[in-house]
Structure formats: structure tokens, C-alpha cells
Design a protein around this ligand. Structure first.
Ligand code: NAD
Length: 483
């Protein structure tokens, strides 16, 4: 593979390998081998990044939208040009099969393109005035200020790309703190922006322990906006901190997406799509379809076909074999989480019909797993598994399925399959989630908003919302100078 790069931080336009708070190991989850070391930022280095973002804000926020657009489009082109090399690093750091890594990277370039266009085309609005004295009521979207971007490892290019492009397109400066286990992926992405001409200080990259770094950056007076993708528990903690400092906060958190399969669905197509999508990225996807609620009439066939497809998937080291369907989980703690979920579904509280066990090392592998009829109060049915485990539950009436689907506090994605038009509309309206997919399992594109409700967070990034998330709404009311 492409050699693993020396991991660096970017502070005020300077790349540095010097982590004043030490270093940490980067491990390939498919082999368990240490592939590199990542510098950890000290408080002084975080303060230098904050100062850089603050100093650069005046100039970048005044750079014209078309000029910001030109630079961001160039970054997207560089990302496409470098996709194959970057994909090798993504695979080595978090275990995604190569084809999925390349798809993530080229898709991220499309996201950057869309947000770059927003810099050029997004205006405000003029509101009709009352009376004769007022001339205009103008609403504009002003860049909010320096933004702190906290991203996880499961989409180590797409999530930082969406946040960086939204922030920079809107005229904000940013400090990116990526996940500890995917620092080089983030670095290669940031390098595309730098090489495209983003001025020094506009985009900064720091690494290290997520808790103390997030707390320092959020509390800093310079920071005006915090964008976080990760677990609900961490999101609530950071949200409370952001609120205590009156900082704008966009959390994109966990999910436990239900999929309702009606007896009127094209069952063959539904099961093939569901089984393929569930195990993408080893199930470590916040919108992963996971709780399958299937009409009694088609339940046995759905379970048998789903289990057979899961059992056929080729699991292995995607860095060594490009033909594997599913790689490792990102780290050892995800394996323990899967073991606990499966153990809880034993003993009459569900039936494991495919997989169910960790695969002996090296690396952090778990079998693609299917649990038939997990108990309503099982861990599987109540907690986000965030891994390669699916559960399938039979239902008698559609309303019962909708009630189970809406029964958790999560509300990120939800899906339904039905070839009956009225039923499909009813399902689309009834499912309580930020994003609903009907007769397909894709709920994101560069043009569309992405976000959840309830314990899955609030606000959206992606689409025009991904630009507006980094702006303040401002009203200017202009009156005649003389009566
Ligand atoms: P984790 O909560 O330890 O880490 C998840 C991410 O949050 C990491 O990128 C980490 O850098 C960051 N993080 C952790 N503690 C933090 C803190 N105190 N302050 C700021 N950032 C912090 O969990 P994990 O075991 O690595 O991942 C599994 C869990 O994370 C799942 O429950 C899943 O919900 C969640 N997750 C969600 C997404 C998503 O796309 N919404 C992505 C990755 C992980």
C-alpha cells in the first residue's frame, strides 16, 4: 500500500510533527499493528490554533463568495486526484474496504463542490416593508466566526469534508479535531484545502485526547460555533458545555434506524438491499438500517434470505485483499460491545441465525450477525449497536411496526419498503426521524440536509443547511434619512 504518512498538525499555516503533549499510537484495526504515531497538541498549541483562526477570520470572512468558491472547488478537484492514495490510508486506519473508501472520498469532493457553489449563489432576502418611512428590510447570512469541528472515525473524510466546506464556504475559519484513530486521513483532506490556496490560519488541524481538547476549544472565547459528530452521550456532554458558554452547537449523534418491510413490498429486492447496506462499513454507520420490522406473511423468507446473505459475506483485511466485503471494526472496544449485544439476545431472548461471534485475531473482526425476534427489552432493541448486527422482528399490523419504529429516543434515519403508494406515503409521514428512505436505503446526497431529532441531535449539515449552519441571520432595516 501507499506508505503511511508522518502524522502532522496544521497550526497557523505551518505543518508540525511536534506534539507538545506527547504522541499516541495509530493502529491498523485489521492487523493490530502500530502503523504510525500521532502528535498530541498541548494547551499552548491549541491556543495558537485558536489565535490563528481568530486572526484569519477578518480576512476570510471578507473574501468574496466567488473567490471562496474558486478555492474550495480546487480543493475538491485535488481530493479527486488524490483519491486512490487517500483511500489506502483510510483503509489502513479504520478498516473500510477500498471501494467504499474511494466512494466516500469522491462523494466528499461532490459535497465540497456543492457547498462551494453555495458561497457563490447564496443571498439573503428582502422583506416588504410596512408604512412609508422604511425603504428596505434586508436579511443576510453572516459567517458566525471561528468554528470547532469534532469528527469521528467511521467516515474520516466525508464528515470533516462536510464540516470544513460548510464553514469555509460561509466565511468562517475552523479548527478540526479528528478522531484519534484516523488522524492521517484528516491530514490528507486538510492538505487538499491548503494546496488549493486556503490562506494560513483559516483551517487548522490538531490531534490528541478528545475530551480535554474539546473542552478547551469550546470554552475559548474565540470559538463561536461547535459542530460535533459522535455518540449521544458525548454529544449531550459537549452540548451542555457549549450552552454554558452560549456557543452555537450542531450535534449529529447516534441512531438505531428501523426498517419497516410491509407485506406489499418487493421482498426479494428489499432483502437484498437491506443485507448489503446493513454490513457496509461493518455496520459502523449512524444511519445504518438495523431494526428490521417485517410483516408476518413474509417474515420467514426475509429472515432466511437475510441470514444466508450475511453468512456469504467475505470478511477479512481489506488492505491485503480488495475483494473482501467487510473489514474489521475500528477498535477492540467495538468487539466487546458486539459480544455483549449478542450475549443479551441468547436464552430465549432472540435467536442468532447468522454469525454471532468475534473472529480470532489479529485485528478486530466480528461475524456479520443476524438475530431473529430479539426481545423488546433486549439491548439490541434498545441500544444502538453500531456494528455488524441486525435484528428482525415480525409484526401483524403496520401501526404496530410504526409504534416499535418510533419507540426509541433516537430519530436519525428510518426506512420503509412498500409497493402500495398510499401505504408508502403513510409510512413516510408516520416515521419519526430526521431522514426517511422509502423503497431504498440512501438518505444523503451533497444537495440534501443531513441531521436527526431526539437523542440523535438537532440541526442539519449537508445541502444548503450545511452552509447556513455556519451563519448568523442578520436583519438590516433601512429607513429614509429624512422625514
Ligand atoms: P466514543 O464515544 O469513544 O468515540 C466516538 C467519537 O467521539 C470519537 O471520534 C472520539 O474522538 C469522540 N469523542 C469521544 N469522547 C469525546 C469527548 N469527551 N469530547 C469530544 N469528543 C469525544 O465511541 P466509539 O466506541 O469510538 O464509537 C462508538 C460510538 O460512537 C457509538 O455509540 C456511536 O453512536 C458513536 N459514533 C457515532 C458516529 C456518528 O456518525 N454519529 C460516528 C462514530 C461513532
Amino acid at each position: 500500500m501507499t506508505a503511511y504518512p508522518t502524522v502532522q498538525m496544521l497550526i497557523n499555516g505551518e505543518w508540525t510533527t511536534a506534539g507538545e503533549a506527547g504522541t499516541m499510537e495509530v493502529v491498523n484495526p485489521a492487523t493490530g499493528a502500530v502503523i504510525g504515531h500521532c502528535p498530541k497538541a498541548s494547551k499552548a498549541q491549541l491556543d495558537a490554533a485558536l489565535k490563528a483562526a481568530d486572526d484569519a477570520f477578518a480576512g476570510w470572512s471578507r473574501t468574496s463568495g466567488p473567490d471562496r468558491h474558486t478555492i474550495l472547488r480546487r480543493a475538491a478537484d485535488l481530493l479527486r486526484e488524490r483519491a486512490l492514495d487517500i483511500a489506502a490510508v483510510v483503509t489502513a486506519e479504520m478498516g473500510k474496504p477500498r471501494a467504499q473508501a474511494i466512494g466516500e472520498i469522491t462523494g466528499s469532493a461532490d459535497v465540497i463542490d456543492f457547498l462551494a457553489e453555495e458561497a457563490k449563489r447564496r443571498g439573503g432576502r428582502l422583506i416588504p416593508t410596512r408604512g412609508t418611512q422604511l425603504i428596505a428590510q434586508m436579511v443576510t447570512h453572516e459567517p458566525i466566526g471561528p468554528a470547532v469541528l469534532l469528527t469521528p472515525w467511521n467516515f474520516p473524510i466525508n464528515l470533516p469534508a462536510k464540516k470544513i466546506a460548510g464553514a469555509l464556504a460561509a466565511g468562517c475559519t475552523a479548527i478540526l479535531k479528528p478522531a484519534e484513530n484516523t488522524p492521517a486521513s484528516a491530514q490528507l483532506l486538510v492538505a487538499c484545502f491548503v494546496d488549493a490556496g486556503v490562506p494560513k490560519g483559516v483551517l487548522n488541524l490538531v490531534h490528541g485526547d478528545p475530551g480535554p481538547i474539546a473542552e478547551h476549544l469550546i470554552a475559548a472565547p474565540v470559538t463561536r460555533k461547535v459542530s460535533f459528530t459522535g455518540s449521544t452521550a458525548v454529544g449531550k456532554h459537549l452540548g451542555a458545555l457549549a450552552a454554558s458558554h452560549m456557543k452555537r452547537f450542531t450535534p449529529e449523534l447516534g441512531g438505531h434506524a428501523p426498517v419497516i418491510v410491509s407485506k406489499n413490498a418487493d421482498v426479494e429486492r428489499a432483502v437484498a438491499l437491506c443485507a448489503a447496506t446493513k454490513f457496509r462499513n461493518a455496520g459502523q454507520v449512524c444511519v445504518s438500517p438495523t431494526r428490521f420490522l417485517v410483516a408476518k406473511e413474509i417474515y420467514d423468507r426475509f429472515v432466511a434470505d437475510f441470514a444466508a446473505m450475511a453468512a456469504k459475506l467475505k470478511v477479512g483485511d481489506p488492505g491485503a485483499d480488495e475483494s473482501v466485503d467487510m473489514g474489521p471494526l475500528a477498535h477492540a472496544r467495538r468487539i466487546s460491545a458486539m459480544v455483549q449485544v449478542v450475549a443479551d439476545a441468547q436464552g430465549g431472548r432472540g435467536e442468532v441465525v447468522a454469525g454471532g461471534a468475534a473472529i480470532a485475531g489479529p485485528g478486530f473482526f466480528f461475524q456479520p450477525t443476524v438475530i431473529a425476534n430479539p426481545a423488546p427489552d433486549s439491548r439490541f432493541m434498545t441500544e444502538e449497536p453500531f456494528g455488524p448486527v441486525a435484528g428482525i422482528v415480525p409484526f401483524d399490523h403496520l401501526d404496530e411496526a410504526i409504534s416499535i419504529a418510533n419507540g426509541l429516543r433516537y430519530g436519525l434515519a428510518a426506512y420503509a419498503f412498500s409497493a402500495d403508494l398510499d401505504e408508502a406515503h403513510h409510512l413516510g409521514r408516520s416515521l419519526r426521524a430526521g431522514m426517511v428512505g422509502i423503497n431504498q436505503l440512501i438518505v444523503s446526497s451533497p444537495e440534501t440536509p443531513f441531521g436527526g431529532i431526539g437523542d440523535s441531535g438537532f440541526g442539519s449539515e449537508g445541502g444548503e443547511e450545511g452552509y447556513l449552519a455556519f451563519t448568523d441571520t442578520k436583519l438590516v432595516m433601512l429607513a429614509k434619512a429624512r422625514g
